[in-house]
Design a protein around this ligand. Sequence first.
Ligand code: SDX
Length: 446
Amino acid sequence: MDSATTATQTKKAEDASASRESLTITDNRSGKSYEIPIKNGAIRAMDLRQIKVDPAEFGMMSYDPAYNNTASCISKITFIDGDAGILRYRGYPIEDLAEKSTYLETAYLLLHGELPTAAQLKEWTYSVTHHTFIHESIKKFLDGFHYDAHPMGMMISTIAALSTFYHDAKDIFDAESRRKQTYRLVGKMPTIAAFSYRHTLGMPFVYPDNELSYPGNFLNMLFRTTEAKYRPNPTLEHALDVLFILHADHEQNCSTNTIRGVGSSHVDPYSATAAAIAALYGPLHGGANEEVLHMLLEIGTVQKVPEFIKRVKAGEVKLMGFGHRVYKHYDPRARIIKKVAYEVFELMGKNPLLEIALECERIALEDEYFIKRKLYPNVDFYTGLIYQSMGFPISMFPVLFAIPRTSGWIAQWQEMLLDPEQKIARPRQIYLGHDTRQYVPMDQRG
Ligand code: SDX
């Protein structure tokens, strides 16, 4: 067989297999068929627009409230397999990173795509550590909050206020500027969180100690009192570092979708991060860890769990810390967090609410209502018990989620900015409101 024939046959075979990577859609209204290519297991929603009955029509859209089945981007940062309970940052299993890495190293991995060399990690750690201080004016800003202000409200406002200090942050397409803002955001989140906490206690702010680790310095700024040098407890320091690793990123969750959406207008990264913190604050998202504690306190005793579960099944309340849009099996982070919990309880004493949490989990894992809906403990179910045992007030729990997620948010924001396919996020709608109507003067209104 000559080479020309072979080439033709190969082309035909390629075309045939390529045509198999497609949908054939028949519009029954017009009888017309359309070939829609499939790539990476998805079709482009814009390829639906050609489907019209009348050429003057806008064309077909897909309707997907809450984006249950819509990929908003192509990403290489985090992979989740919800059915298999798999979570990987840049290909590395979360179990390995939680066991062998540190939060700052994991943050570098998320932001740069590769684990750092020793020199890179040294530079990254030095740069973040030397951006932990905040402008003294911000203290006046924090002092303006009421003593019982929720720390998440303080974080949202103060991180947004950082945009007024760093005008160079608007140069979002300048890599050096993005690098500097990244050092500042990753470095200052713990400082602002700790200052917010100290403000609510009416205690003096504790400045960063650059000789301590990232989690160690955070504990220093939170809990140091009269000692000249704060020495973080190594068990708590390690537990916090592991929890920070587990919370660092989680692909296109609500707050990440927010920073991508807000960032797509090309606003500075501080304003975009403040928006992400606001999204995370919600009780269905990062605020769930706070709600879990309120729920366990409301249940009160192990004996009252069955009664509470009855209310959940009647649809009166949710079992906070359970369920997930993606995980339809055990959240792999919850399994690791449970292990960390026992390490902390060993040191700080068992949290009395643990028994209630374990009973909720035991019942839920056996009960048809939860099994049918594939509701398992998620990342927020056990974290609050640990934080409470470490001495954090319940209102600080979502703040402990926002701090580590900052590196994931910035990595996702940067990926969006540099993606040539991305532009300002502006979804369509299906309008079912009034057709045009005349203005009604006041004296003729019903
Ligand atoms: C995080 O997306 C992420 O990746 C988020 C996150 C991250 O790292 O960024 O993992 C962090 O936000 C974890 C989730 C924390 N939130 C909670 O624990 C709040 C409680 N959970 C739920 O509100 C709910 O499970 C969500 C919000 C987490 C997921 O909601 P979905 O996917 O929209 O599911 P749904 O609300 O449509 O529920 C499906 C069914 C419903 O029952 P039916 O209407 O079919 O009868 O399951 C029920 C829901 O009522 N259900 C629950 C439940 N969660 C869902 N019933 C009781 N208790 C719950 N917790």
